[in-house]
Design a protein around this ligand. Structure first.
Ligand SMILES: Cc1cn([C@H]2C[C@H](O)[C@@H](COP(=O)(O)OP(=O)(O)OP(=O)(O)O)O2)c(=O)[nH]c1=O
Length: 192
């Protein structure tokens, strides 16, 4: 039996390693799923993240044929403001646009996790409210100059400099970073 993380995210790798602390001899392989992340027409944000997590897990399973009895985890994180998915910034200008919208407001971080072994698939969805303090354009420009926002949903990382903008959160911190630890462990236990 082999655990496989279908993700290229270094944050998910770290979190998945943490989630396996109680699983005897826990080790995992990593594969890079390549899926189309375009939302369907009128697709609800929650439905979107769950679908993507499952598609990443299924794409990862197809890449895991060399492993014995693979159990494959996929996950997706989206930042949602007033029901609209903000996604990852295209470039610095887009990051500025996104961070101006988040400034002084509460948004939702939706993270879904899915595990499949080809016979059974289970998913969990975590929705965390994150409230940003008010940001000046100078704050945002200085943040973008660090490059940190560019590969992240919602153009920030709560675990690093972006944490300076987070006034409060309600929900799972690890889900905001990229993988909810409690829910991931619960899903893993379904396969033990
Ligand atoms: C909101 C937020 C997002 N993020 C990151 C987590 C995810 O890596 C990324 C969201 O993009 P995802 O598309 O969920 O994941 P990914 O492309 O990085 O990796 P993969 O699809 O291979 O699993 O944004 C943070 O690191 N910190 C934060 O505070």
């Amino acid at each position: 039996m082999t655990w496989v993380l279908a993700s290229t995210s270094p944050r998910r790798k770290q979190l998945f390693a943490q989630a396996g602390f109680a699983t005897a001899g826990f080790e995992f392989e990593q594969v890079a799923p390549d899926i189309d992340e375009t939302p369907l027409t009128n697709e609800d944000a929650a439905d979107y993240v769950v679908r993507l997590a499952l598609e990443k897990a299924q794409a990862g399973l197809a890449l895991s044929q060399a492993f014995s009895h693979p159990k494959v985890l996929g996950s997706d994180t989206s930042v949602v403001l007033n029901g609209v998915i903000l996604g990852k910034p295209q470039d610095a200008q887009d990051a500025m646009r996104i961070l101006r919208q988040l400034s002084g407001n509460t948004h939702q971080v939706m993270t879904a996790v899915a595990i499949t072994d080809g016979h059974q698939s289970f998913t969990r969805l975590c929705i965390t409210d994150v409230t940003f303090c008010a940001l000046t354009d100078a704050d945002i420009s200085a943040y973008i100059a660090t490059q940190e926002p560019l590969d992240k949903a919602g153009a920030y990382g709560i675990q690093a400099i972006g944490g300076c903008f987070v006034e409060s959160i309600q929900g799972s911190y690890s889900a905001v970073v990229g993988l909810p630890l409690v829910q991931t462990r619960q899903l893993m236990q379904l396969f033990e």
